[in-house]
Design a protein around this ligand. Sequence first.
Ligand code: GDP
Ligand code: MG
Length: 442
Amino acid sequence: ALTDRLTGVFDRLSGRGVLSEKDVDEVMREIRVALLEADVALPVVRDFIAKAKDAATGEAVIRSVRPADQVVKITYDGLVEMLGGEGEPESLNLSLNPPTVILMAGLQGSGKTTTAGKLALKLVKDRKKVLLASLDTRRPAAMEQLGMLAEQAGASFLPIVAGQSAPDIARRAMQAAKLQGFDVLILDTAGRTTIDEAMMSEAAEIAKIATPSETLLVADALTGQDAVRTAKAFHERLPLTGLVLTRADGDGRGGAALSMRAVTGLPIKFLGVSEKIDGLDAFDAARVAGRILGRGDVVALVEKAAQELDMAKAEATARKLAKGQFDLDMMADQLSQMKRMGGMEGMMGLLPGVQKMKRQIAESGLTDKTFDRQLAIISSMTKAERKKPDILQASRKRRIAAGSGVDVAEVNRLLKQHRQMADTFKALSKNGGKGLAQMARM
Ligand code: GDP
Ligand code: MG
């Protein structure tokens, strides 16, 4: 049966080892090559490898997969995290006080004008009234290009007035957007083929005039090693709010995404995926991470093994809980799981009959830091103490408090919380075990 099979996995786990430095080092050589082949900038590669090594070494081994594959998975998770994580995709920050101004910045040919049109289409589909304005005074063709895109997107286009400077146009566009009740004004700037002072100071001046809600650096996903230099230069001079990577439909493996994100810390908001006006996708960190590593197969494999393991653990926990057992080791497990899942708030709301506990926890001001301190307290206990907290007398509590760097009152609070949790679990298991099974699966 499924349960037996899972128990098997769980039993194998109890005698588990950890990933050794040798396991990790071997794979890291391979990862390094993969990152370089994906055109991630060298300093970013170095930094990332060091962090990934740290994260993988000493991790508990999942018996059903090869250690090497597991290291790849851990590295992949690190990549996803570094690219912005797996949560909701980034979106545009619209001002509560329209018009929202979006400023497009970047080198010439990076795809600013095209992306301005694509954003306009997205916003128009969201029923926004959008005005596009071109500040590219040096190239009349660029202005016409934006005018055509505006028409395709169903947006308005600021009429061209010959002889105006870019800052002049920015001022006129702001005024028009305000007077005519536009929701969003997109300013498309002129870029140059290389970073120079004239371009930077003009862009900075425009940013000052227009006080944009979004200043997006548009960059070619195929720029490779140049990505860092470009990102740095723009980030130093402009209050950037996000990145857009174009030509993600190209041959490259998208290392620029990692480089630029690492250097600026800015969210990657969109990927350009074709020359067409609807070719703009929300950024998907998982997809890009898989592409950078070029090892989607292994990642899927390990994900499955890790899931089985989680289920096995959950089943074992459920069995213990049903018997009315809930020791401090199990509490530590729960705490670290909750911490990983982004805190109590998210998960507790989903469970029936736990509203009271949720309130208590909220009142006690439980945060990620609290989780860490509580985990520290539990790990300062002996095995026997964790199994049977009843034996904790004053002197033992003092020792534990000293060992974990908290005061005795906090140890007492933790023990009280443990008792409350144990009671809740007992009550839930009397309740036909339905709530418990659900909780265990979380
Ligand atoms: P700008 O100089 O920064 O305004 O760049 P443009 O918007 O004029 O784009 C330069 C070229 O790149 C044009 O030929 C676009 O069609 C093309 N381009 C822009 N974005 C993408 C994209 O996401 N994918 C592909 N394949 N081509 C793109
Ligand atoms: Mg342009």
